[in-house]
Design a binder for this molecule. Structure first.
Ligand code: PMP
Length: 280
C-alpha cells in the first residue's frame, strides 16, 4: 500500500516523518490556527474560501503564515494528486513554532494533512440528531484556532449519551455548536445566529442557496425561542446539512425530520452536484 503523504513547511513527507518539536507554542499554549476542507469529485470544495479564512484566523491571533495564498492552494492540489484517495479530507495547520520559554513564538510551522474523506453515517441524515446545550462559548469565535479543549470534553461526555453535537449558549443566546453552525426554520423564515460564531463556509453556501426559497434572518437567537421554531439543522464541512430533531428535552416536528430541512439538504446536494463551485 502507498504511504500517506503530508506537507511540512517546504516538503512533501511521509506521514510518519511529519514531525515538529514538542516545544512548539501550538502544543504548549494552543497558539495555532487551522482550516479543514474536503473534496467532491476529487476536487477541493471551496478551497479559496478555506484559505481566506485560514489567513483571517491567523491575522486575528497575530500569526504569520509562511506561504502565500496561491502557494498554499498549489500545495493542497498537489497533495491531493499525490495521495490519490478517491475523496480526501484536508487539514491545513499553522502553529506558532518552537518557543524558547513557552511564552515567545518562533518560526511558524505549516502542516497540511490529507486523509481519505471522513464519511458520516447515513442514518443520522434520515433520523436526525439530538443535541445538548451547555453554558459556554468559544474564546475567539471568529478565528479557527486549534483550541477545541472544551469541545472535546463535552463531546466525550455527551456523545455516548446519544447527543451528536453540543450547542453553546452564552448570555441566553444560542451561538453555534462545537464544530457546526445552527439554523432554525419557522414558516418561510430561516433564522440563524449572526454573532459570536465561526463564519462557516457551509453556512454561507446554505444562506446563498436557501435565500432563493426562504427569507434569511441572521440575528441574535435566544434559547427560549426554540419552542417557537418548527425545524432545526446544523451545517459544517464534515456534516454538510444535518437535521436536528431535539435540543435537550425539546423535540422539533414530533422528532421527525421536517420537509423544509429535507429541502435544504437537497439544495446543498444539488449545489455540490452542479460543480459550479469548481473554480472557488
Ligand atoms: N463552528 C465551529 C466552531 C466549527 O469548528 C465549524 C467547523 N469548521 C463550523 C462552525 C462550521 O464551519 P464550516 O462550514 O466552514 O466547516
Amino acid at each position: 500500500m502507498n504511504k500517506v503523504i503530508y506537507f511540512l513547511n517546504n516538503n512533501f513527507v511521509e506521514k510518519d516523518r511529519a514531525v515538529i518539536p514538542v516545544n512548539d507554542i501550538g502544543l504548549l499554549r494552543a497558539y495555532a490556527v487551522f482550516d479543514y476542507l474536503k473534496t467532491y469529485f476529487s476536487k477541493p470544495f471551496h478551497l479559496n474560501d478555506h484559505i481566506d479564512r485560514l489567513f483571517k484566523s491567523a491575522e486575528y491571533i497575530g500569526l504569520k503564515i509562511p506561504k502565500t495564498k496561491s502557494e498554499i492552494r498549489e500545495i493542497v492540489l498537489e497533495l491531493i494528486s499525490i495521495n490519490k484517495f478517491v475523496e480526501s479530507s484536508i487539514r491545513i495547520i499553522v502553529t506558532g513554532g518552537e518557543s524558547p520559554d513557552g511564552k515567545k513564538k518562533g518560526e511558524p510551522n505549516l502542516i497540511i494533512t490529507c486523509e481519505p474523506r471522513n464519511e458520516i453515517d447515513k442514518t443520522f441524515y434520515e433520523k436526525g440528531v439530538k443535541i445538548k446545550t451547555v453554558r459556554d462559548y468559544r474564546e475567539a469565535p471568529i478565528a479557527k484556532t486549534i483550541n477545541y479543549t472544551m469541545a472535546v470534553k463535552y463531546l466525550s461526555e455527551y456523545f455516548p449519551q446519544g447527543y451528536f453535537e453540543v450547542l453553546y449558549v452564552h448570555n441566553s443566546k444560542i451561538t453555534e455548536c462545537t464544530s457546526s453552525n445552527i439554523f432554525f426554520i419557522k414558516g418561510t423564515k430561516i433564522i440563524t445566529p449572526k454573532d459570536e460564531i465561526l463564519p462557516g463556509i457551509t453556512r454561507k453556501i446554505i444562506i446563498d442557496q436557501a435565500s432563493k426559497f426562504f427569507d434569511i434572518d441572521e440575528r441574535d437567537v435566544y434559547l427560549h425561542e426554540i419552542y417557537d421554531f418548527e425545524e432545526a439543522f446544523i451545517t459544517s464541512t464534515d456534516k454538510e446539512v444535518l437535521p436536528v430533531i431535539s435540543i435537550d428535552t425539546h423535540y422539533f416536528n414530533k422528532g421527525i425530520v421536517g420537509e423544509k430541512t429535507r429541502k435544504i439538504m437537497k439544495l446543498f446536494k444539488s449545489y455540490v452536484d452542479s460543480k459550479i463551485w469548481f473554480e472557488n
